[in-house]
Design a protein around this ligand. Structure first.
Ligand code: LCV
Length: 262
């Protein structure tokens, strides 16, 4: 039996549209949904789409609930290792040879927040909120993910988002420069696709190369091997902790987590 279609993909006038449509799981970034998302992007790369709009279904209350918590490993493996579906998705967006525009309605949670921030442009309805949630689950976010956040907002804002795990409103996100535009819900589609068509009408090679240059420059942060090994050791202490297991268990049991700092 084929897997249900969790993602829809469409391309017209050099603009691709990828729609998350796993509503009953609030578009959680499960391995299967990410597989379908990556396949949709591969198809659009084949078709040489010159811009892509990534969206949920119109009127969505939740854009995406982030990493599928039921798939977080509890056997001592790094929950956000290189081959984790979320890491794979972020790299696919960053490496896609044309701008990806996140068109956001509703809540964006956890790894979905990083996914949206890894997009090149973000246009949101006033209903959109952005929450970075590792601290809510006891998860040690990974280095490249933290860099995604640091490239999207100033250090103090990143600290507030990661330490509190509280959603940031679309209005505040725009004011902080976290997103490009907030537009009324009824204008969101027209605005986003007009932006996409404007990009698609420009020279695709020039746009693609400038995107890649900016990706390389934004990722050019010095970190010594010792520094990286220290971070990985600290992260392991977290995902080996009782608090990480408690955070995941509490989510699955639909109860508040009780963290004891061990
Ligand atoms: C699996 C889910 C999820 C989900 N996974 O609907 O960034 S990190 O490090 O934290 C990273 C590890 C990460 O991204 O972790 C996930 C962070 N995400 C969150 O903390 C958001 C968790 N979800 C929620 O708070 C609520 O689901 C929201 C507010 C998004 C929507 O609330 P609403 O009342 O509309 P439900 O909670 O009833 O969810 C509907 C179904 O989707 C499942 C949830 O368990 C429920 O399944 P059942 O119907 O089987 O009970 N679901 C929601 N989010 N991230 N499954």
């Amino acid at each position: 039996m084929n897997a249900p279609e969790l993602v829809a993909c469409h391309c017209a006038d050099d603009v691709g549209t990828v729609t998350l449509q796993h509503d009953e799981r609030r578009n959680a970034l499960s391995a299967e949904l990410v597989r379908q998302l990556v396949a949709a992007l591969a198809g659009l790369r084949e078709r040489q789409a010159r811009a892509v709009v990534l969206r949920a279904r119109p009127g969505a209350k939740v854009f995406s609930a982030g990493h599928d918590v039921t798939e977080l490993p509890l056997d001592g493996r790094d929950p956000l290792g290189w081959d984790d579906p979320l890491r794979h998705l972020v790299r696919e967006i960053e490496n896609f040879p044309a701008p990806v525009i996140a068109m956001v309605e509703g809540g964006v949670w956890g790894g979905a927040c990083e996914t949206v921030l890894a997009c090149d442009l973000i246009v949101a309805a006033p209903s959109a909120t952005f929450a970075v949630t590792p601290a809510r689950l006891g998860v040690p976010y990974n280095v490249s993910g933290m860099l995604t956040f640091l490239n999207a907002a100033g250090l103090r804002i990143v600290k507030e988002m990661v330490f509190t795990a509280r959603p940031v409103s679309a209005e505040r996100a725009e004011r902080l420069g976290l997103i490009n535009h907030v537009v009324p819900a009824e204008a969101l589609e027209d605005f986003s696709f007009e932006l996409a068509r404007t990009i698609a009408a420009n020279a695709p090679l020039s746009v693609a190369v400038m995107k890649e240059q900016l990706r390389i420059l934004a990722g050019a942060h010095p970190m010594t091997p010792q520094g990286f090994e220290r971070v990985q050791g600290l992260r392991r202490m977290v995902y080996d902790s009782e608090d990480y297991r408690e955070g995941v268990r509490a989510f699955l049991e639909k109860r508040p987590a009780v963290f004891r700092g061990r």
